[in-house]
Design a protein around this ligand. Structure first.
Ligand SMILES: N[C@@H](CCC(=O)N[C@@H](CS)C(=O)NCC(=O)O)C(=O)O
Length: 336
């Protein structure tokens, strides 16, 4: 059973995507361990487990390894149903309006350009941007240039765009004086979906020029960020600090686990025509697209792609990816 398994989160602390998961786990009082990763490749801890996917975060539950925060969040919702110990923060399944808004907020931030624009606001004087290794690494991740010159060139447009998004939250989402995106007495999944990029930018020194984007122009957004942070910290304190483990320990725990998720099967009428057991490659198509995971297909439907493979320790692991934003392709010449 998934709930008896240790959750391991692979991340680094300044990843805004990883914070989505950290916050979700603390707000739902789900304990976990963390295996801190370097911000640049290589990531030998992940390679040892059997993963090529390069983005952060990843989360393992037993021998199932989940990529992409969109899948991780929906999976945690599915594997950890609401209980007194792990109260729900998601809209109730019958509240389709709230479910729709939560999903649209996710699209907005991840696919709708909010994140892509946000990363263009890393201040050009940030020492990372003058580091040739960082520039090369992030070019591999996004396919675009990360030199300080490129960042300076994009900054004005990105600032205008991001200010427009602050405006949307200030006037349309929080405009009626509500404390949380869907109202109510505490932060929910909709707040996580909406806040993470604004939170990241407001805590990244030099990202936002105070004369253009600050609490002076957007008091509601900035107090929402403060309120959210206070709630999340209190929840994190209550559930207790995550245990930090090193790569070899994480590997051992993954390999020794007798759990791998087996939900789902390969849809027979999937438009790709791929078949169960076929050897396939899986990779994201928006960023980190040079890093493909190869394995036998065990699940394929509108929500998820799952492949199974043996890692270098000879242990079978399952790599789970969301269907949206990922490509799955049969390996030429592979036989069933
Ligand atoms: N859609 C992915 C995006 C993840 C992502 O882009 N993460 C950033 C860190 S915040 C990343 O992987 N950067 C490059 C790297 O660290 O290798 C998700 O939801 O998990």
């Amino acid at each position: 059973m998934a709930q008896n398994q240790e959750i391991i989160l692979y991340h680094y602390s300044f990843s805004p995507y990883a914070r989505r998961i950290v916050w979700y786990l603390s707000l739902r009082q789900i304990p976990y361990s963390q295996c801190i990763q370097p911000p640049l490749l290589p990531r030998p801890d992940l390679k040892a487990i059997g993963i090529s996917y390069r983005r952060i975060p990843l989360l393992s539950i037993g021998r199932s390894i989940y990529t992409d925060t969109r899948l991780i969040l929906s999976k945690l919702d599915e594997l950890y149903p609401p209980s007194a110990t792990h109260p729900s923060i998601s809209p109730s399944p019958s509240n389709t309006e709230h479910l729709a808004l939560t999903q649209l907020l996710e699209f907005w931030a991840v696919d709708g350009g909010l994140f892509a624009r946000g990363t263009q606001l890393i201040p050009p004087e940030n020492p990372l941007l003058s580091d040739a290794k960082f520039q090369e690494d992030r070019k591999d991740y996004t396919g675009r240039s990360w030199t300080p010159e490129a960042v300076i060139k994009n900054r004005p447009e990105a600032l205008v765009d991001i200010r427009g998004h602050f405006e949307t939250v200030e006037r349309l989402i929080l405009g009626d004086g509500r404390e949380w995106v869907l109202g109510g007495g505490g932060p929910g999944l909709a707040d996580i979906e909406a806040i993470w990029l604004f939170h990241w930018l407001s805590t990244l020194p030099g990202a936002l020029p105070p004369s253009y984007i600050s609490a002076a122009q957007f008091p509601k957004v900035f107090s929402w960020i403060e309120r959210f942070t206070a709630h999340e910290r209190a929840a994190a304190h209550k559930v207790g600090k995550p245990k930090t483990i090193k790569g070899p320990e994480a590997l051992e725990r993954v390999c020794k686990s007798d759990f791998a998720e087996t939900n789902g099967k390969v849809d027979e009428d999937d438009p790709t025509g791929l078949k169960e057991g076929q050897e396939v490659d899986v990779w994201p198509i928006d960023s980190g697209f040079k890093h493909k995971d190869r394995g036998r297909l065990v699940r394929l439907d509108g929500n998820e792609i799952v492949v199974e493979k043996e890692n270098d320790s000879g242990v079978t692991v399952r790599i789970h990816a969301p269907r949206h934003g990922f490509r799955v392709s049969g390996v030429e010449g592979s036989k069933l």
